[in-house]
Design a protein around this ligand. Structure first.
Ligand SMILES: [Zn+2]
Ligand SMILES: [Zn+2]
Length: 258
C-alpha cells in the first residue's frame, strides 16, 4: 500500500496562523491536532483519538478532519492532494499516511504542521493567545488529572524557559547561526523558534524543563528540517547537512524561506 507524503504548499508559519484562527481551526480540531502532536512521532490512529476524546465512533473524525481540511484549503487557496480520479484526499491536507478510506490507518502530522504546533502549543509567542486560553475546564474531555495540569501549566512555564534558553544561547539559530535582528533590523529582535530536544510526546510525568539542557534556539528553516522525519534530526545532523546540497551557497543562509 502506498505511503502518501505528497507536499502541500503551506509553510509552518501559515499553519501557525491557521491554528490560531478559530474560524479555520475550531476547538474540536485543535484538540485532535494537539493530541496527535503530543503523541509518539506525531502519529495516531483515528480509533485511538476517538477513544481519548470519548467520541462514540472514529467516524466522527473521518468527517471532522475533512471539514477542517476544507477550511484550510479555502483560506489558503493551495492545491489539495488529489487521487488519480481527481477526488481530493482531504485527510492528507494535514497528515501523511496510507489511504484507507475506512479510517483505520494512522495519521502522521506533516512536518510543517508539527513545527507550527510546537510554536502554538509548546511555547511562548505573545501573538498566539489560543494556548493560554486552554483551561482545565475547556479541555476536560481531552486531558485528565495530572496530564491536564501539565498541558495548562506548560504554556506559562515555557515562556520562562524560552527566555532562559535565549539568554544562554543567544537569539541565533543553533544550527546555522541565522540572526533575525542582524538581517531584518530591530523588528527581528527576539524572533526565533525554540526547539525541544526531548520530544514533548515523551514527556508524560511532571517534568522540569532545563532550558540549557533541553532547548535550543533554531531558525524556522532549520526547525523544519529537524522535524522532517518522524524521529527528529539532531542539531549536529542538520549542521552536517548544511553545504551538502547541490547549491554550495557558502554565504548561506540569508533568508528564512518560511
Ligand atoms: Zn537555522
Ligand atoms: Zn522543534
Amino acid at each position: 500500500m502506498r505511503f502518501y507524503d505528497d507536499p502541500v504548499e503551506i509553510s509552518a508559519e501559515v499553519w501557525a496562523e491557521l491554528l490560531t484562527d478559530s474560524e479555520v481551526t475550531r476547538k474540536d480540531d485543535l484538540e485532535v491536532l494537539k493530541l496527535i502532536y503530543e503523541s509518539r512521532n506525531h502519529e495516531m490512529h483515528a480509533k485511538e483519538i476517538a477513544l481519548k476524546l470519548n467520541l462514540s465512533h472514529h467516524a466522527t473524525l473521518n468527517s471532522q478532519i475533512p471539514r477542517f481540511s476544507k477550511r484550510v484549503i479555502a483560506r489558503t487557496g493551495v492545491q489539495p492532494p488529489t487521487r488519480e480520479d481527481g477526488s481530493i484526499r482531504w485527510w492528507h491536507v494535514p497528515f501523511w499516511g496510507y489511504d484507507k478510506r475506512n479510517g483505520t490507518g494512522s495519521w502522521i502530522m506533516r512536518p510543517e504542521l508539527v513545527v507550527a504546533c510546537e510554536r502554538v502549543f509548546g511555547q511562548d509567542d505573545s501573538e498566539l493567545v489560543y494556548p493560554g486560553e486552554m483551561t482545565v475546564q475547556d479541555s476536560t474531555v481531552l486531558f485528565e488529572g495530572a496530564v491536564s495540569k501539565i498541558v495548562v501549566n506548560r504554556y506559562e512555564r515555557d515562556k520562562k524557559a524560552r527566555t532562559e534558553c535565549i539568554d544562554h544561547y543567544g537569539c541565533r539559530c543553533a544550527v546555522c547561526g541565522f540572526d533575525f535582528e542582524k538581517v531584518y533590523g530591530p523588528i527581528g529582535q527576539n524572533k526565533i523558534h525554540v526547539h525541544h530536544l526531548i520530544p514533548l510526546s515523551e514527556i508524560r510525568q511532571e517534568y522540569k524543563i532545563d532550558p540549557v539542557r533541553d532547548l535550543r534556539p533554531v531558525c524556522p528553516n532549520c526547525h523544519l528540517i529537524i522535524h522532517s522525519k518522524r524521529e527528529p534530526f539532531t542539531i549536529d545532523e542538520v549542521k552536517e547537512m548544511i553545504g551538502s546540497g547541490s547549491d554550495p551557497a557558502p554565504h548561506l543562509p540569508l533568508s528564512p524561506l518560511l
